[in-house]
Design a binder for this molecule. Sequence first.
Ligand SMILES: C[C@@H](N)C(=O)N[C@H](C)C(=O)O
Ligand SMILES: [Zn+2]
Length: 248
Amino acid sequence: MFMISDNKHKICFNKGQVLILVLITIVSMSLAGCRANNSEEISPKESQYEESEVPITQNSPPLIEPVEQANTEPRDEDLVRILDYIPSVYIELKYATTDNFTGKIIYDFTDASLRYGTIKKLKAVQEELAEQGYSLKIWDAYRPVSAQFTLWDVCPNPVYVANPNTGYSSHSKGNTIDVTLVLSDGTEIMMPSCFDDFSEKADRDYSDVSDEAAANAALLENTMSAHGFNCYSGEWWHFSDSTAYTVL
Ligand SMILES: C[C@@H](N)C(=O)N[C@H](C)C(=O)O
Ligand SMILES: [Zn+2]
């Protein structure tokens, strides 16, 4: 027999009751411990953090991050950000906005990327143009195959959009750009047509545009050509590195 007492009360327990009290105390303490451990694992703060770590979309370019390069020069076939190597170039990716012939956002990234080997050639173009007061302005560079299907759905004309059902656009190989010419301070100049103007003004026969537009288009074409780019006859803005790569 056990007894607990204060000035006014006395409570007596037999051995069985004491044993039950001890068991209840042990079970309560271990349940409290479990709850404490679990609350550490699934605290709201941590679960929110994990959700924000999943921003990758299927359209993201398969870029080689500078950190992976460990201060060494990339390999020619590495897909890298153009601005990391040619910071003076202007970039306005039309398919990252609704300001393109589809009226829709075609891909969800805003970094323009190309093969490093192609960027080296483009850098030489930019330097030569800068000496004359001009700069490149890039409208499109690496383009995922999924984006090509979207463009083809809206404009199934192989002169203006490469058919992804029968081959790949060279944009999806990371060695091709859609580019125009501007002044070094970014001022627009006369060119044969707007981007993706799918009319006769788009081709490289400049006899149907003003002398000024023809001269500017010729300067862009000749400089790109001199540094190893092939100039697509159907679109004055479309250039491919003469070095071939596979689809990414
Ligand atoms: C859609 C246009 N900007 C373009 O790049 N056309 C060529 C032919 C392509 O789709 O590769
Ligand atoms: Zn193009």
